[in-house]
Design a protein around this ligand. Sequence first.
Ligand SMILES: Cc1cc2nc3c(=O)[nH]c(=O)nc-3n(C[C@H](O)[C@H](O)[C@H](O)COP(=O)(O)OP(=O)(O)OC[C@H]3O[C@@H](n4cnc5c(N)ncnc54)[C@H](O)[C@@H]3O)c2cc1C
Length: 414
Amino acid sequence: MKRTIVVGAGVIGLATAYELKRRGRDVVVLDRGPVGEGASKGNAGWITPSISAPVPAPGLTWTSMKWMLNPDSPLYIAPSAVPHLARWLWRFWRYCNATDFLRGLHATARLNRGTLAAFDQLQKDGVSFDLFRQGLLFVFTGQSYMEKVLHEFDYYKEYGYNVPTPLDRAGVRGLEPLVSDWVTTGFHVKEEYHVRPETLAAGYATAFTALGGEIKTGVTVQGAIRSGDQARGVETSAGPVEGDEIFLAAGAETGLVAGHFGLRLPVEAGKGYSITIENGGPALRQPLYLGEGRIGCTPFKGGVRFAGTMELSGINTVLDPRRMVGIRKGVARYFAKPIGATEGNEWVGMRPLTPDGLPMLGRAPGYRNLYVATGHAMLGVTLAPVTGAAMADLMTGAGSAIDLAPFDPGRFRW
Ligand SMILES: Cc1cc2nc3c(=O)[nH]c(=O)nc-3n(C[C@H](O)[C@H](O)[C@H](O)COP(=O)(O)OP(=O)(O)OC[C@H]3O[C@@H](n4cnc5c(N)ncnc54)[C@H](O)[C@@H]3O)c2cc1C
């Protein structure tokens, strides 16, 4: 039986490990920390195929430069990180055009076509996690940004979505009475789901180990064992681990791990922040997107999470309190009753981000048995089941209906 080493017990590594195990592989997952403690932990948990647009978008170059001066802004590039990020940023800004944006949106929307059904199936297969089917309510304090966001839904018609009907103040209030008087408009996307992300990672891990899979935590991958175009294993803090194939899903750190194999994969961290109030906070009827604030609000059982910001400051999980202030101020504007100044559990995580905003899914360039799945940016939870199935199909040689060509890890000349 082929033995696969999976590096990273985030939602992408676990989803793929689970699918490989179901297909009869001997799989061991290695992680430096506990299961699901990276970006897969404190995120908003939205399952939203209708937000398939890549991060680099037309007009973002100028906006991001303006926002660089304001650490409260939804997208913040730390000036001190610019020298290190310069090459990556230059590539990223080159993708901020209409052609690449639409190409990326459609490639991701096609990948996402099976997402909602895949989550339904996961539950039917007995993977246990908190799944909610309440849709997603977009709310705005003005008309112009609402219209811009709504316009994107024209692109999703071919993927089975209806263009949502705009709501006025009373319409929004009818769906979510807790919004403030500032909120004047919005729309409801009824199809979308959300999960409690911690339960998804835990559910995958439990299902994987129940099938006989092995997870080794507290194990840091520090080097590669390779010869020619063959990856033979990894050097770790607990000694060498050998296998027949290696799958890298180390999130924003995948580029660093791939470096041990002599690869240069342009993965950076798009840091995001969240505040979770476990028992209390506004009891929302469904998840809310606070449009101009670019903040996601997600109700869980008895609790609520506010998540947002995209900070480019290198690969680190340093929590910048100014970003938390930005989220709290943003939230306060949209709700009649603001959340407290210090209330809630504050968290920071690294979204794995590529220059074109699309994931890297496939065989690593120059290798026969080394695979990569990362760069899911704002959609790692959403895309976990389809990524896991597509990668497991690729690695086991089974045919797949999913076209992974747009996501080739070798597409960047770096
Ligand atoms: C604030 C915020 C909100 C978000 N909201 C959503 C959302 O609503 N919906 C959605 O779909 N997505 C959302 N995302 C994105 C999503 O969280 C990520 O895309 C996803 O979690 C990435 O999963 P991953 O498995 O690739 O990485 P991670 O979860 O980061 O896992 C990588 C793992 O690799 C391990 N690792 C790294 N280096 C090594 C090493 N050298 N040796 C051993 N192990 C190593 C780490 O310890 C970690 O456990 C959000 C992200 C943030 C930050």
